[in-house]
Design a protein around this ligand. Structure first.
Ligand code: SME
Length: 154
């Protein structure tokens, strides 16, 4: 098991232990957890609210507060209902640059009843920072979170 795998396994274990039905509370702790384990440049969530993505709990520099359906990497992951890995943000047409220092990005949707309720967005200052392993573990993290959060109560 490599270092990244073992850190992700600990993150998943802790995410299970931190499970909360409240979206904001749970997302806040998971953002802190991922930041503590990986020192990502920016890690956080956008929630689907009234047909827009609205900034949720995050760790890192200030970020844009609203993203439309189909826009940017986050809005595209929402539209496609699929994880997107962007090795070089300058190559992604329509990428929304919240920070000029962000070079690569991964966005993982949180799905409940086949509907995207939120997205997990992680930015790195390094090019090509995310691979199949990140997809695998972050999708597991998304599944753990959606098993517990009651989005419809928000
Ligand atoms: N880059 C994202 C916007 C959010 S920030 O990275 C925090 C996008 O293109 O959707």
């Amino acid at each position: 098991m490599n270092d990244k795998q073992s850190r992700y396994k600990e993150v998943l274990q802790q995410a299970k232990a931190l499970a909360d039905t409240d979206a904001i509370a749970y997302m806040a702790n998971v953002a802190a957890l991922l930041h503590a384990y990986f020192s990502f440049w920016w890690v956080g969530f956008y929630r689907v609210k009234a047909a827009t993505l609205v900034l949720g709990p995050f760790q890192g520099p200030l970020a844009c507060t609203r993203i439309a359906y189909g826009k940017g990497v986050c809005g595209t992951a929402w539209k496609n209902k699929q994880t997107i890995v962007v090795p070089d943000v300058e190559e992604f047409e329509g990428h929304i640059a919240c920070s000029a220092l962000s070079k690569s990005e991964i966005v993982v949707p949180l799905l409940q009843n086949q509907e995207v309720k939120a997205v997990l967005d992680i930015d790195s200052e390094q090019l090509d920072a995310f691979d199949k392993e990140d997809v695998y573990y972050l999708e597991q993290l998304s599944a753990i979170m959606t098993q517990h959060i009651c989005f419809d109560k928000d």
